[in-house]
Design a protein around this ligand. Structure first.
Ligand code: BTN
Length: 258
């Protein structure tokens, strides 16, 4: 991907106005956090064709074949109170799900906290990290990995990971997907930055593969089973378990019953 191709696909006013493109980088999130600390403008995007230390939640590795997918991070300066930071991951997941549908015509699903699924398999992961100064969010980095044209995944991921190419049979223009994701992200980001959360949560719930279902939540080995009820205003998951509602802030979800 080069800057001219990317520029021709952008419909945004702020996101992607400055793009740093790298052939190889350790992690776009790590680079974007450094740029944010150096006061890079809001909307700056770091893109890498290949990451050597791309990571997800709980320091898990993010594996992505060079030149076939999208791995990028966006620097944001949200006007959100600190306790609303989880809304950024929700906005990013929704943005990717909608952009996939826009590009492929296929219905993508959201999965709490930060995944997007196609045909029940993970096609995108989001990792949001923030820089806190004086108890406020000075900047946030939203890292997004979308499997676009990858055909083969490591054996341990073949049942759980997929790509747009594998699901649609079509090789896609990565810059088109990128432009659509940034367009969607800017829209939802502007909504939440204006304090409007309900519309986004409603859309997210509408695309969710887990609401109203019985799920098991794995919190690094501690398992909780219950019914997924809704996403709270801070991005937490409201789970009904043993007749009580509780808010969950992190963990991995497996749907066990409809
Ligand atoms: C997850 O599934 O836990 C989140 C995965 C996030 C991966 C993306 S790829 C671009 C950005 N840079 C990283 O190191 N991670 C995110």
């Amino acid at each position: 991907m080069n800057e001219n191709e990317i520029r021709s696909r952008l419909t945004t006013k702020v996101l992607g106005q400055k793009v740093h493109i790298y052939e190889t980088l350790d992690s776009t999130n790590t680079r974007a956090k450094m740029l944010a600390l150096e006061n890079a403008p809001e909307g700056t995007v770091v893109v890498a064709e290949e990451q050597t230390a791309g990571h997800g939640r709980f320091e898990r590795l993010w594996c992505s074949e060079k030149g076939r997918n999208l791995t990028f991070s966006v620097i944001l300066k949200p006007k959100l109170p600190r306790n609303r930071i989880g809304m950024l991951s929700i906005a990013a997941g929704l943005a990717v799900a909608k952009a996939i549908t826009e590009t492929t015509g296929r219905r993508a699903e959201t999965k709490w906290p930060n995944d997007v699924l196609l045909n029940h398999k993970k096609v995108c992961g989001v990792l949001s990290e923030s820089i806190i100064r004086d108890e406020n969010i000075a900047a946030a980095v939203v890292g997004i990995g979308v499997n676009v044209n990858q055909l083969v995944f490591p054996q341990e991921l073949t049942d759980s990971a997929t790509s747009l190419l594998l699901e649609t049979g079509r090789s896609l223009d990565r810059t088109q997907v990128f432009g659509n994701v940034l367009g969607q992200l800017e829209y939802w980001y502007n909504r939440i930055n204006s304090g409007i959360f309900d519309e986004m949560l409603e859309e997210w719930h509408g695309l969710s593969m887990m609401m109203g279902k019985t799920i098991t939540l794995d919190q690094q080995g501690k398992l909780i089973t219950g019914v997924a009820r809704r996403i709270a205003g801070d991005g937490g998951l409201i789970l009904q378990s043993d007749g009580k509602e509780m808010k969950i802030l992190s963990g991995d979800v497996t749907v066990i019953r409809d």
